[in-house]
Write a protein that binds this ligand. Structure first.
Ligand SMILES: CC(=O)/C=C/C=C(C)/C=C/C1=C(C)CCCC1(C)C
Ligand SMILES: CC(/C=C/C=O)=C\C=C\C=O
Ligand code: FE2
Length: 558
């Protein structure tokens, strides 16, 4: 049955795609009102129930039937997406600049259950892609599940079939357990749930990614269709990679952690190719395994390889039940390092010990020159969680869903590494600005992509207005003035602010910042801030709030 569910206030709280019987025709095809916005629901046999915003064509408000009332007390940010897909035009308040032509894509783990089985961790959810297509001041939006093998198998078999970040399928018996271990070594049991990010390659292909190499999935940025697997054709092997490759029009750089002989391969792939080529290798300097490399930064001439004391743990990989640090272990005695590799030669030009740190996301890096123009140091910035691994635990869904007004978000800062290139054995790690400027919360960052690897001034990220249990502000960081400007909507959870440069811009912050907001009352909207003033320039409400999403990219109009 098709179901449109409405709350007592007349808000549409659910529109589900299901098999429709004739007597439900009035529900599957017709007009309905979601928060005073008129939508049309139409049955399409190949695509399910498609809901389109037709507010611009229809004047009247249609009375909303009360079919069901939401009982879910959870914040919509941490509640599974309501239906597999939706698309339609959004009504815009404010003005979208006419130069903004293209599609913002955001990926993230938006579905955290299979039937009655509920996932534990934010990172476990099945990938939900959201698109915001901007053209002529109008905004066409949509969302859709990524059709990974893991998602399709879970839907078909109504159970978890692959190993996710914290979840593993329960073997039925001992023999199955042995088979499961074999599948783990071959990678067959690992997830391909590409729920972390989405990137546009130099050749135009758009790929959703996660930390497993097999979880690299090509999608169509217009329809959000899953096109197929991105297969790496080289023989580099390995099962995992950094979730955040550095992608430009001319190259794709990433790190492949080596769990057998602890170290990292630094690899490059050219546009149009599926073959990665090795630039060089870094051997780990401490610990039993490489440090987790969720992301890494580059400068114009160097790739920076972080070696964090939060290291992969082979024993934890084999466990079916999550350990406190999931697939990782904290090894403070193994120390922390930063390595610098020359992109052209693959040679390591610096390898320094640094204070202990915990980061998911590097922001940017650049080369610092002396008066004679010689590079004396590399500066690398990251969202640093005060060397405190409890942030991983804070991202458990149960913790995210149980905010009771008590401040529990561990302190974070813009961690600035200074890595000397003069052979000194130690590097520095300091806060780039007073963390109180951004409420001591800091993650999910972006910057003007023309400044990739270059000295830059502005970063955009999520900070905190306390008390909170998750970053809840959008913040513009000025690294020169050491100041932050913060945007906040009480009770709302904003996703990573993505900076899009205005064509022809000469100032670093000339552009817009795009974010998607999940509101306290279950609603949600797309938000556009001015990159320079950081004031709101437009917002557009979705028919219903969307779950939190992680990382996005900008696909300019061809
Ligand atoms: C969503 C996000 O930011 C991170 C997702 C990470 C995933 C899915 C990691 C998966 C892994 C396995 C399934 C086994 C091997 C280790 C590891 C890469 C952590
Ligand atoms: C949501 C997150 C990491 C996402 C990885 O892709 C980190 C949030 C940290 C909070 O301060
Ligand atoms: Fe990430």
């Amino acid at each position: 049955m098709a179901s449109l569910a409405f709350s007592a206030k007349g808000q549409c709280i659910s529109v589900s795609k299901m098999v429709v019987s004739d007597k439900n025709k009035h529900k599957r095809e017709g007009l309905f009102n979601i928060n005073k916005v008129i939508f049309a629901a139409k049955r399409d046999n190949t695509r399910g129930t498609i809901v389109t915003n037709v507010a611009s064509q229809l004047p009247a408000i249609i009375p909303s039937p009360v079919i069901d009332v939401a009982t879910d007390q959870n914040h919509v940010a941490w509640t599974s997406v309501r239906q597999e897909r939706w698309e339609g035009e959004l009504v815009v308040q404010g003005e979208i600049p006419l130069w903004l032509k293209g599609t913002y894509l955001r990926n993230g783990p938006g579905l955290w259950h299979i039937g009655d089985y509920k996932f534990r961790h934010l990172f476990d959810g099945y990938a939900t892609l959201v698109k915001l297509h901007f053209e002529n001041g109008r905004l066409m939006a949509g969302h859709r599940q990524v059709e990974s093998e893991a998602y399709k198998a879970a839907k078909k078999n109504k159970k978890l079939c692959y190993r996710e970040f914290s979840e593993a399928p329960k073997p039925d018996n001992f023999l199955a357990y042995i088979g499961d271990l074999a599948n783990l070594f071959s990678g067959a049991s690992l997830t391909d749930n590409a729920n972390t990010g989405v990137v546009k390659l130099g050749d135009g292909r758009v790929v959703c990614l996660t930390e497993t190499q097999k979880g690299s999935i090509i999608i169509d940025p217009d329809t959000l269709d899953t096109i197929g697997k991105f297969e790496f054709t080289d023989s580099l092997g390995g099962l995992i990679h950094s979730a955040h490759p550095i992608v430009t029009d001319t190259e794709f750089l990433t790190l492949l952690p080596d769990l057998i002989r602890p170290g990292y391969l630094v690899v490059r792939m050219a546009p149009g190719s599926n073959e990665r080529k090795v630039i060089g290798r870094v051997d780990c300097r401490g610990g039993p395994a490489p440090g987790w490399v969720h992301s890494f930064p580059v400068t114009e001439h160097y790739v920076i390889v972080p070696e964090m004391p939060l290291r992969y743990c082979a024993a934890n990989l084999l466990k079916a039940e999550p350990t406190p640090l999931y697939k990782f272990e904290w090894h403070p005695d193994s120390k922390a390092f930063m390595h610098v590799m020359c992109k052209a030669s693959g040679k390591i030009v610096a390898s320094v010990e640094v204070p202990l740190y915990v980061t998911f996301h590097f922001i940017n890096a650049y080369e610092e020159k002396d008066e004679d123009g010689r590079v004396k140091a590399v500066i690398a910035d990251c969202c640093e969680h005060s060397a405190d691994t409890t942030i991983l635990e804070k991202l458990r869904l149960q913790n995210l869903r149980s905010f009771g007004g008590v401040d529990v978000l561990p302190d974070a800062r813009v961690g600035r590494f200074t890595i000397p290139l003069d052979g000194s054995p130690y590097g520095k790690l300091e806060a780039a600005l007073d963390p109180d400027e951004h409420g001591r919360g800091m993650d999910m960052c972006s910057f003007n992509p023309s400044f990739l690897g270059k000295k830059y001034r502005y970063a955009y990220a999520c900070g905190a207005q306390r008390p909170c249990n998750f970053p809840n502000t959008l913040t513009k960081i000025d690294l020169v003035k050491k100041k932050a400007k913060n945007w906040h909507d009480e009770g709302a959870v904003p996703s990573e602010p993505l900076f899009v440069t205005r064509p022809g811009a000469t100032e670093e912050d000339d552009g817009v910042v795009i974010s998607i907001i999940s509101e306290k009352n279950g609603d949600g909207y797309a938000l556009l801030l001015d990159g320079s003033t950081f004031e709101e320039i437009a917002r557009a409400k979705f028919p219903y709030g969307l779950p939190y999403g992680l990382h996005g990219c900008w696909v300019p109009k061809k």
